[in-house]
Design a protein around this ligand. Sequence first.
Ligand SMILES: NC(=O)c1ccc[n+]([C@@H]2O[C@H](COP(=O)([O-])OP(=O)(O)OC[C@H]3O[C@@H](n4cnc5c(N)ncnc54)[C@H](O)[C@@H]3O)[C@@H](O)[C@H]2O)c1
Length: 318
Amino acid sequence: MKKDKILVIGACGQIGVELTLALRKMYGDNNVIASDLREEHELLKGTGPYVSLDVMNKEMLHVLVIRHNITQVYLLAAILSATGEKNPLLAWHINMASLLNVLDIAKEEGLDKIYWPSSIAVFGPNSPRQETPQHTIIEPTTIYGISKFAGERWCEYYNHRYGIDVRSLRYPGLISYKSAPGGGTTDYAVEIYHDALEEGSYKCFLKEDTYLPMMYMPDAIRATIELMEADSASIKVRSAYNLSGMSFSPKEISAAIKEHIPTFTISYEPDYRQQIADGWPQSIDDELAAQDWGWKPEFDLPKMTADMLKNLKTQKGM
Ligand SMILES: NC(=O)c1ccc[n+]([C@@H]2O[C@H](COP(=O)([O-])OP(=O)(O)OC[C@H]3O[C@@H](n4cnc5c(N)ncnc54)[C@H](O)[C@@H]3O)[C@@H](O)[C@H]2O)c1
């Protein structure tokens, strides 16, 4: 039997750290190679092999895949929405070239499976904003969304044309306490918990009634693994699946925090990220993910808030 050997690219990011640790539990520490441009994340140290890798260097990536007999790649390296708007050409270049490098090596080496995340940022102001369906008007207005939409098309193309088993999810904003977020528009929903505990107040860069689709990291990790473990025949969407967890506004997350910290206060000072958020859906219809591979979220806002505050308190020694 062929042994699975997994390469995680962008392993030191918000998703990468937790996904690498989860994959190591399932596949064995030495069968999951973590890689990133950055130094190894503290939480990964001592848990398994780590290599320094720039995914833009295709030759180096190719050698790594051959040398370690890699069978699956999780590509998480990307420039996120807010950072992307500061340097659009760089974001386009990195987000596209990284994916094409991985897809092409997958084709040449006959890799078993590829995972690459898309985002709710593929939707734009002309998409329905409530319960946004899988198939609808997709006219993204950020360079991040444009690169994710183009990436989805490439994934489907490599699947149809070359039979590559590539799978993808349109993640909503992800909330976690283990590793810091990397420059997205939904980062406020992580910062707010830190500031609530440390300062007792938070200045929000979005307006109080800005609803966005969100998900707690344990749900996102489980969704990723369930998608990747599903039988290939059940994966009907080869671009990227809609995925839903919860939907809330800054005012609502603030009320949920007040249940635990009654003196907490929030103020609002919207910046350029308001415009990005205004072009995105408020909630997502993920019927196909439920139907094809049984997706069901576990965390809602109160449950996530209790868990975030408990874990952050421990982390901060409070
Ligand atoms: N976090 C979210 O809320 C969210 C939502 C939707 C989609 N996503 C997608 O999920 C993926 C991972 O997101 P994240 O939040 O963990 O991002 P992140 O910014 O926290 O992590 C990305 C990692 O990739 C690394 N990286 C960047 N360029 C690289 C390169 N050239 N070579 C190797 N590594 C490189 C970075 O050092 C970083 O550690 C991305 O594709 C992102 O678009 C994230």
